[in-house]
Design a protein around this ligand. Structure first.
Ligand code: PPE
Length: 307
């Protein structure tokens, strides 16, 4: 997706001009995929711009760093203030936020421990991840021939930069074959997640989603969708799913910061339910969009104001 430039990027505590937000070619992360990142969204609300689960995303960045043994040279409060500062500096009401914790210039070789640690926070306008049309009518998905990496190969719980090669391989395969998105199975053959989304299905009114032990990213949109669904009286079950569960369900949808809540209308050329946005998906999606825009008081705690 092409990026529209904005004015400023936060780099190691300073706001720099967009065009000056550069790194050296021997940046460690460019060579070895070392580092971690976050994907966060800021939404326009009546009380001004607010970051959806902003503090939670910052905490996950620190958990990723802990797993990858990277010492973050900032406190969580400083990172959170950096996020607010860069949104304000660009005068944005809504945007996508990308904190990137990377290993910088000065050390080469596979041992990342001596490399300098840098943190950048970029923001830009990012519309519907799989297209506006997909939000309303659903997307077409392919089960990937690429498996989700085993958590003992690369920890899925960390949002590490290099591990996204796995997601990219799956995405490219799906797009080249004419689909919008991929779903990967895990090493046990059960459904894991999309290239950048968690996945849910609905069968006989019950909502099902793979458990965290299936080796998936612990998505905040997933967590929010589960809470919304239960609050609205639906039963939500976290259990292993087979690919045939995806082929023969009534509804399916993705959750993710970028993807928000995107219905799935087809899996491997099999229509899901009525091949559109199912009624339970619509209910959860509408509530989610109300929550992120600050229109539902009970979910206001999920919004961290930019101020
Ligand atoms: N699984 C994966 C593999 C993943 O990358 C994401 C987020 C999720 C699940 C959902 O997590 P959460 O955002 O906390 O609900 N993917 C990010 C990157 C997308 C990109 O293309 O870049 C995102 O949605 O920001």
């Amino acid at each position: 997706m092409p990026v529209e430039p904005v004015d400023k990027v936060w780099m190691d505590g300073k706001l720099v001009d967009w065009d000056q937000a550069r790194v050296h070619i021997l940046t460690h992360s460019l060579h070895y995929g070392s580092g971690a990142f976050e994907g966060i969204r800021c939404y326009e609300t009546k009380k001004g711009p607010a970051v959806f689960r902003g503090r939670d995303h910052v905490a996950r960045l620190f958990r990723s760093a802990q797993i990858l043994m990277i010492d973050v040279p900032f406190t969580p409060d400083e990172v959170w203030e950096g996020i607010r500062e860069v949104i304000r500096a660009n005068g944005l009401q809504s945007c996508y936020i990308r904190p990137l914790l990377y290993l910088g210039y000065g050390e080469m070789g596979l041992n990342p421990l001596p490399a300098p640690v840098n943190l950048a926070i970029a923001v830009w306008k990012w519309g519907a991840y799989l297209g506006e049309e997909a939000l309303a009518s659903g997307c077409r998905v392919k089960i990937s021939s690429w498996k989700r990496h085993d958590p003992n190969v690369i920890p899925a719980a960390a949002k590490g930069i290099g591990q996204y090669i796995n997601s990219s391989l799956a995405k490219v395969e799906a797009v080249k074959a004419g689909y919008d998105e991929a779903i990967m199975l895990n090493h046990h053959g059960y459904v894991a997640e999309g290239s950048g989304e968690n996945v849910f299905i609905v069968r006989d009114g019950v909502i099902l989603t793979p458990p965290l032990e299936s080796g998936i990213l612990e998505g905040f949109t997933r967590d929010s969708a589960i809470r919304i669904a239960r609050d609205r009286g639906y039963q939500v079950v976290e259990r292993d799913l087979l690919r045939s569960d995806l082929y023969a369900c009534d509804e399916a949808f993705f959750t993710g910061t970028a993807a928000e809540i995107t219905p799935i209308r087809e899996v491997d050329d099999r229509p899901v339910g009525a091949a559109g946005r199912g009624p339970i998906t619509k209910d959860i999606q509408e509530t989610f969009f109300g929550a992120v825009r600050g229109e539902i008081p009970e979910y206001e705690g999920w919004l961290d104001p930019v101020g």
